[in-house]
Design a protein around this ligand. Structure first.
Ligand code: AMP
Length: 436
């Protein structure tokens, strides 16, 4: 027997029954984004590796350990071979910033507001809620340093989680990690505080103490967490501008009644963040194993990629984890409407006629469902019921002979016989009267 090939570790097949969850999340994201004038952007699933190493940071987990390389299969060297290494995107922000610069979006009216929905890839150790291919919805606003912009992004996130029916399960944790001016002081004070504990820190954090001491603040190791309890608070080390920026963000959130918790240890794992950083945390997840989304300002990233200095802010929500939460909370998800018309046929001649009608009605723009695999009237009517079609067309031997069909109104339960050459007009009128 041939070997059965399985899906790669950390990936997921999204089967038909699951699709309604994905469509639900995508539709809500799209609706709320469009209302606040975010435009949709799709960027390539693979990019040059240097895009991520420059932006996210050479020494971050994502760049150091988690990128999937993309090569031509069987890597035969040819003249048109790309010399630069390519990888599957591990996140959206770097690609959106690249597109902002490459497409000259700085001449568009600012700020430019963009959203995306799609898979990203990270070579992580798979476990519950952690995949190697994961979906994210992503929000970016480029070209504004105003505190109000941060608030608009947080409002949009709050609206999305409210529409998803899980806003009472989450809290937005928020912090400010300052700018280039505050950073040297933060580094110095943290190194002073942490150095005596060097030997008690985990291996990663001993390294971080040299490269990026801020990251030690959100290490998940128990011992490191204990040590950072007494570390100096970032908020106390902000420069005057960053302090007043953060204060304005919090005041506006208070005015809008958007709930949040201050978390002075929230720094996020990517190098490009500045000032406001935030995460959407599941209230019941005390160990913080399953953060539902995260983001923050990245005021220096456009410049780092060779664009003109442009302040910006973004957010990414983890779709798999959000769907898990939706299921756990028993949120009622609308079924995906398959069709408005269902065709039931009995006998070979009726089957042939049904196929012809599906083809003709299809040309006129009507989608008609039919289960040719089921023969009995009972099982076909059951399928019609389940499909939530508004009308069912029934064709038996008699109807084939008479060149008629029976139309059953699935909501009112009544039925009538219609001549085939009248069928198209009849269906259009009937569906229009039902506002379809
Ligand atoms: P990040 O870009 O790391 O801030 O990720 C944004 C969100 O994506 C996280 O808050 C998670 O909800 C989700 N996420 C990140 N990595 C994974 C993963 N490996 N598996 C599932 N979801 C993830």
């Amino acid at each position: 027997m041939a070997e059965i090939i399985q899906k790669p570790r950390g990936t997921k097949d999204i089967l038909p029954d699951e699709q309604k969850y994905w469509q639900f999340v995508e539709k809500i994201v799209e609706r709320r984004c469009r209302a606040l004038e975010f435009g949709k952007i799709e960027t390539p699933i693979f990019e040059y590796a240097k895009l991520f190493s420059r932006g996210i940071g050479e020494t971050t987990d994502i760049v150091e350990k988690e990128m999937f390389e993309v090569k031509r299969y069987k890597n035969i060297s040819t003249q048109d071979e790309e010399n630069d290494q390519m990888v599957l995107r591990p996140e959206f922000t770097a690609s959106v910033v690249r597109a902002y610069i490459e497409k000259g979006m700085h001449v568009w009216p600012q700020p430019v507001k963009l959203f995306s929905f799609g898979p990203v890839f990270r070579y992580e150790r798979p476990q519950k809620g952690r995949y190697r291919q994961l979906w994210q919805f992503n929000l970016e606003v480029l070209g504004s340093d105003q505190p109000l912009t941060d608030v608009v992004v947080l409002l949009l996130i709050w609206q999305i989680f409210t529409d998803l029916g899980i806003n009472d399960s989450i809290i937005i944790e928020i912090n400010s990690i300052g700018c280039k001016t505050c950073r040297p002081k933060m580094r110095k004070n943290l190194i002073n505080y942490l150095s005596p504990y060097n030997n008690a820190l985990c291996g990663d954090c001993q390294r971080r103490l040299q490269t990026n001491p801020l990251r030690i603040l959100d290490c998940k190791e128990e011992n490191c967490q204990k040590i950072v309890q007494g570390a100096p608070q970032l908020i106390d080390m902000l420069c005057t501008e960053c302090k007043s920026h953060f204060k304005a963000v919090l005041e506006e959130l208070d005015d809008l009644n958007i709930p949040y918790d201050l978390n002075s240890r929230l720094v996020r794992g990517l190098d490009y963040y500045t000032r406001t950083t935030f995460e959407v945390v599941d209230i019941s997840d005390v160990a913080r194993q399953s953060v539902l989304g995260g983001g923050g300002r990245y005021d220096n990233l456009v410049e780092l990629y060779g664009g003109k200095s442009t302040p910006a802010i973004g957010f990414a929500g983890g779709v798999e984890r959000i769907i898990e939460k939706i299921k756990e909370r028993g949120v009622k998800i609308p079924e995906i409407r398959k069709t408005d018309i269902y065709m039931v046929q009995i006998g070979d001649k009726a089957k042939k006629l049904a196929l012809k009608l599906i083809c003709e009605l299809g040309k006129a723009g009507l989608a008609v469902s039919c289960s040719f695999g089921k023969d009995s009237l009972k099982s076909q009517l059951k399928a019609a019921d389940k499909s939530e079609a508004k009308l069912t067309i029934i064709i038996g031997q008699r109807e084939v002979l008479d060149q008629t069909v029976i139309i059953k109104d699935m909501f009112e339960g009544c039925q009538e016989t219609i001549e085939i050459n009248e069928l198209q007009n009849y269906l259009f009128n009937k569906l229009r009267s039902k506002n379809v």
